[in-house]
Design a protein around this ligand. Structure first.
Ligand code: F6P
Length: 478
């Protein structure tokens, strides 16, 4: 098999992801087209420690599809960014990645819109990026590819003669074989995943789903351990649950009590309890069901209506050029209007709905002043908002997390109030329970969740994956 069993932990690290947290020309940190969170910080730290390259899309569309790679070096790290043509972006990102892979991996076969040009575009863009990357790689480099945009990256790199250790981490769920089989180019995708040395998932359930896909495709033998042999290669399939730096986030939340926006929010509440939800505007997040559950809570508990509980839903728009996203944006906006019209009063807007992107500091402060955090996706790889909400709480008077059983985070945060987000009334009842939970129970639940977060920080996650990828774990196993 091509996967070498030597240790290469002395090589550079090469990170590949669609969005790159490249510092601006002035040196300020950021991400090409999206906010940089804990993951970006952790990857930057790993890159700085070993030296390396962060390679991906520039976030820009260019007329000239052959515009050169834009390289920027800061200390030991080079950021290498490529523009995409409008057609490539539409087929690879809006099309295959976000109208086929995303809905199917989130169990939404009803929303999948596969198309032959999009499939072709996805593999074409991956090959294009692989060719560009291959020119920059040295024999000892360790390559870490992130997320569903770049599944075939290793297969193309192998075709170009790359024998480096290459790992893949999927940030979103991997479905059971019966659902995964609906993916366009399914066989090619499975085979492409076998070109990696380590294939990492958010939860053991996702990893097991993938192992079962290999078994069902008669491409790998069944077995209890994490090693698989398929398509002529031997590789590791394991769960690496992503996390946050809980201590750093807690400190950010503490300081953020003084954040102007947080102070304004607190003042505007005039002592009313706050419930918070924060999500990209995505159909996988269960925002419509959550609003219904909040309305059900208000209708079920007259006390809540009397105390004029307020729910703040912060929901930056996302992937608006994809029709299914444009639709959910209209639907949520309409539903907010219906609930406020039905339940609000001249001096009370039960649901405050905001499409703005907010700073991490403002969000940390808002989590801290919220009595209840609602994280109720219909399906989610991990969901770091759940972990951030917990870390942001005041130890003496913590709020309560209401968490969907379908978020990867529910595999770790057992002390949250776990709900089935499809069951509107039960979720409404959980909000009621969270709102009136006695202090002792809140402290106990929060303490147990903080222990989990402290035991698996984002730095552990990076270290564990890189250890597996470095070859050390393989040496230990064989
Ligand atoms: O959760 C998956 C993910 O791709 C993240 O990696 C990313 O930050 C987020 O969705 C935002 O999506 P997009 O890059 O499409 O804006």
């Amino acid at each position: 098999p091509a996967g070498a069993s030597r240790s290469v932990s002395d090589g550079r690290l090469v990170v590949v992801s669609n969005r790159v947290a490249a510092p601006s020309a002035s040196g300020a940190s950021g991400a090409a087209g999206s906010g940089a969170g804990g993951l970006a910080v952790a990857l930057q730290a790993a890159l700085k420690a070993r030296g390396g390259i962060w390679f991906g899309w520039s976030g820009k569309v260019s007329q000239d599809s052959n515009a050169p790679v834009q390289e920027r070096t800061h200390g030991s790290v080079t950021y290498a960014l490529s523009d995409l043509s409008r057609r490539d972006l539409d087929e690879y990102y809006h099309g295959f990645a976000n109208r086929a892979l995303w809905p199917i991996c989130h169990y939404r076969l009803d929303l999948a819109k596969p198309s032959a040009p999009d499939s072709a575009g996805y593999f074409r863009v991956n090959e294009f990026f692989a060719r560009r990357l291959a020119r920059m790689i040295r024999p000892n480099d360790v390559i870490w590819v992130h997320d569903y945009h770049f599944i075939p990256m290793a297969a193309f790199l192998r075709q170009l003669g790359c024998a480096n250790r290459i790992g893949f981490f999927l940030h979103i769920p991997w479905p059971s074989p019966d659902v995964a089989r609906a993916l366009p180019a399914y066989d090619r995708i499975l085979r492409a995943m076998s070109a990696y040395d380590v294939v990492g998932f958010q939860t053991e359930g996702d990893a097991e789903n993938f192992r079962n896909c290999l078994v069902q495709a008669k491409a790998g033998r069944a077995g209890g351990d994490v090693w698989r042999e398929a398509y002529g290669r031997r590789f590791q399939v394991d769960a690496f649950p992503i996390s946050i730096d809980a201590e750093a986030f807690a400190e950010e939340a503490r300081v953020a009590e003084k954040n102007v926006l947080v102070k304004r929010m607190r003042a505007s509440l005039e002592g009313r309890p706050l419930i918070i939800g924060v999500d990209r505007l995505d159909y996988s997040k269960g925002i419509r069901q959550r609003i219904e559950a909040f309305a059900s809570f208000l209708e079920q508990s007259p006390l809540a209506a009397k105390s004029r509980v307020t729910m703040l839903q912060v929901t930056p728009k996302s992937r608006s050029e994809v029709p299914e996203y444009a639709k959910i944006q209209r639907e949520v906006a309409e539903q907010v209007g219906i609930v406020n019209g039905k339940l609000g009063d001249v001096d009370w807007t039960p649901l405050r709905y905001i499409n703005k992107v907010m700073s991490q500091s403002a969000l940390a402060g808002l989590y801290r002043i919220a009595r209840v955090g609602l994280v109720t996706p219909l399906r989610d790889g991990m969901n770091l908002v759940a972990k951030e909400y917990v870390a942001a709480q005041t130890p003496d008077d913590p709020g309560v997390l209401v968490l969907s059983q379908f978020a990867g985070a529910a595999q770790e945060l057992h002390s949250a109030l776990i709900v089935n987000p499809y069951d509107i009334e039960a979720t409404g009842a959980a909000i009621a329970r969270a709102s009136s939970m006695p202090l002792a129970e809140r402290k106990e639940r929060w303490g147990a969740m903080m222990d989990v977060l402290r035991a698996n920080s984002i730095d552990n996650w990076t270290a564990r994956f890189l250890q597996a990828l470095g070859g050390d774990a393989e040496l230990a196993d064989s």
